[in-house]
Every structure is written in structure tokens, then in C-alpha cells.
Design a protein around this ligand. Structure first.
Ligand code: FAD
Ligand code: FES
Length: 263
């Protein structure tokens, strides 16, 4: 069930590249968020008339512990520049958790989690939940260069809980040179014992869908669309699926890859 609430900023700091980490006290969103779900964040302070930007912005629940959530965000425009100016003690308005399409968890399969760039924030909560359940998990996390592996520290930390994390960079400045998808073939011996989860840039997700279909791997993709309402009303975020047009904010943001016709 989504809640609309005022959340207190606990901290807000730059990580690396253009990525920042925002921690919020957000009970009960923190306790109820499922892997894949997101929040709509409104930076307008509650007591001031301020309409800039007009719409709330969608962000994955990147992590959730106790009553606290973490959002990892890239500063790309008006809204995120404003978020980067928040400091501890400020308030923001939140709507969430949103999205009926979440990552399904299986206890008896190896989880292969593919993350590209800031898309890592769309799978980080999933990886925490997989680690807590001791599901065998391999993370393939790629970015254009070391600087853009902004969640590197977060994933290094979770790797101490038994998760295997492999890093990739386009330019070879950290981890393996190349793309995360190049190692997917390793997991095809028993496709029924594997489930693939991914979030990242559209070309990566499209290539993954194609590859997963060829390899017969069950695959779930978290999609990113510009969103106005975030809760199913404006129809601004639809994608074509085998069941007709569906809303990324409502039926998604996670879809089984096979179901997606055009995205
Ligand atoms: C379900 C969901 C979860 C998301 N989770 C995260 C997250 O965890 N971390 C994160 O950094 N971002 C995430 N995003 C993207 C984030 O919402 C946008 O980057 C943000 O809204 C940009 O706001 P802005 O006002 O700074 O940019 P604007 O000033 O609105 O736009 C600046 C530039 O960014 C582009 N842009 C804006 N929104 C999007 C979008 N949704 N997708 C692609 N390009 C966009 C614009 O076309 C423009 O070029 C998510 C999006 C969705 C739909
Ligand atoms: S953003 Fe309005 S329906 Fe999805």
C-alpha cells in the first residue's frame, strides 16, 4: 500500500561521478518496500509555496534498513540538482512504495543480477534481500569507467555477506574490461536453476532480453520511464507487452523480459 508522507533527511552526500546518496527516515515505506519498488520524491518543503519542479521525481528504493531508506541518484537536471542541495534535518515529501511489478525471489535458484550504471540502484535492495536469504547470488555490475561505478563500495560491503560481485568497465579502468553481459553464458548449463534480474540503460536491457531468450533464461527487467504521476493515472509511461499496453509505474517497473514487446 502506498503512503504519502513527509520524510526527514538524515544525510545527503556525493559518492562518485555524478551520483549522490540520500538517506531518509521514511517509516513505514522503509519497512514495506519490496525489491524493485520506487518512491516519487517531491523536494518542495512542506511549509513553503514552491512549484519548482512541478512534478515529483521517481527513484528506486536503493536500500532499506529499519525505518531508513537510501536513494542513490544521478544529478542530471532541475529536480536532482535541487535534491543535491538538501541537508540533514530538511524534509521531503514521499509517495510510495510504488509499483506492483517487483522482482520475484526464489530460494532454489542461482540469482544472476545485472546492473548497468545508475541502474545498480534499481537492484541493490534486491541484492540485500537475496543475501539475507542466503540465495546464491552473482552480481555483474558495469559502468563506463571506475568513476561511474558509484555503488562500488555498497556492493563491496554486501559481498562480505556471501554475494559474488564482479565489476566491469568499458575502458578497463576497474574490474574486467567490457560489458556485464559478456559473462552471462557461464550460467546456461542448467537454465531452470537460474533467474536473471537486471536494471540499467535501455540498450543493455534490450541486448539482455535478446540473449536471455536465446539462452532460455527466466529474466526480469526493471524499466525506467519519465513519469508524471507515478501511480497509474496519467498513462504517460506505457510500454507494449504481450498483454497490451501496460504502465511502467503500476504494472511495472519490473517485467518479465519475455512479456515485453517494445520498450
Ligand atoms: C521507476 C524509476 C526509478 C528510478 N530510479 C532512479 C534511481 O534510483 N536513481 C536515479 O538516479 N534515477 C532514477 N530514475 C530516473 C530519475 O527519475 C530521473 O533521473 C529524474 O527524474 C531526473 O529528474 P531531473 O529533474 O533532475 O531531470 P530533468 O530536468 O527532468 O531532466 C534532465 C535530463 O534527464 C532526462 N531524464 C529525466 N527523467 C528521466 C528518466 N526517468 N529516464 C531517463 N532519462 C530521464 C531528461 O530527458 C533530460 O535529458 C528512476 C526512474 C524511474 C522511472
Ligand atoms: S506515470 Fe502516470 S501512469 Fe505511469
Amino acid at each position: 500500500m502506498p503512503y504519502e508522507l513527509v520524510a526527514e533527511v538524515l544525510s545527503n552526500r556525493p559518492l562518485s561521478g555524478i551520483t549522490w546518496e540520500l538517506k531518509l527516515r521514511a517509516h513505514p515505506i522503509a519497512e514495506e518496500s519490496l525489491p524493485g519498488q520506487f518512491v516519487m520524491l517531491d523536494t518542495k518543503p512542506t511549509e513553503v509555496e514552491d512549484y519548482d519542479p512541478l512534478n515529483r521525481r521517481p527513484f528506486a528504493v536503493g536500500d532499506a534498513e529499519g525505518a531508513q531508506i537510501t536513494i542513490f541518484y544521478d544529478v542530471v537536471g532541475r529536480g536532482t540538482r535541487k535534491i543535491a542541495r538538501l541537508t540533514a534535518g530538511d524534509s521531503v515529501r514521499l509517495l510510495g512504495p510504488l509499483g506492483d511489478g517487483t522482482f520475484p525471489l526464489y530460494g532454489d535458484r542461482t540469482a544472476v543480477v545485472v546492473a548497468g550504471g545508475i541502474g545498480a540502484s534499481g537492484v541493490s535492495l534486491l541484492v540485500r534481500r537475496l543475501a539475507e536469504r542466503k540465495v546464491p547470488t552473482v552480481v555483474l555490475y558495469g559502468a563506463r569507467s571506475r568513476e561511474y561505478l558509484s555503488l562500488k563500495e555498497w556492493f563491496e560491503k554486501i559481498s562480505r555477506k556471501g554475494v559474488e560481485v564482479r565489476f566491469y568497465t568499458d575502458d578497463g579502468s576497474f574490474g574486467k574490461k567490457g560489458f556485464p553481459l559478456q559473462d552471462l553464458d557461464e550460467f546456461v548449463q542448467n537454465p531452470e536453476k537460474v533467474v536473471v534480474y537486471a536494471c540499467g540503460p535501455k540498450p543493455m536491457l534490450r541486448a539482455l532480453k535478446e540473449k536471455a531468450e536465446k539462452l532460455n533464461l527466466e529474466t526480469y527487467l526493471s524499466l525506467d520511464r519519465r513519469m508524471a504521476c507515478g501511480w497509474g493515472v496519467c498513462l504517460g509511461c506505457v510500454v507494449k507487452t504481450t498483454a497490451g499496453y501496460e504502465r511502467v509505474c503500476k504494472e511495472g517497473p519490473v517485467f518479465e523480459a519475455r512479456k515485453l514487446v517494445d520498450f
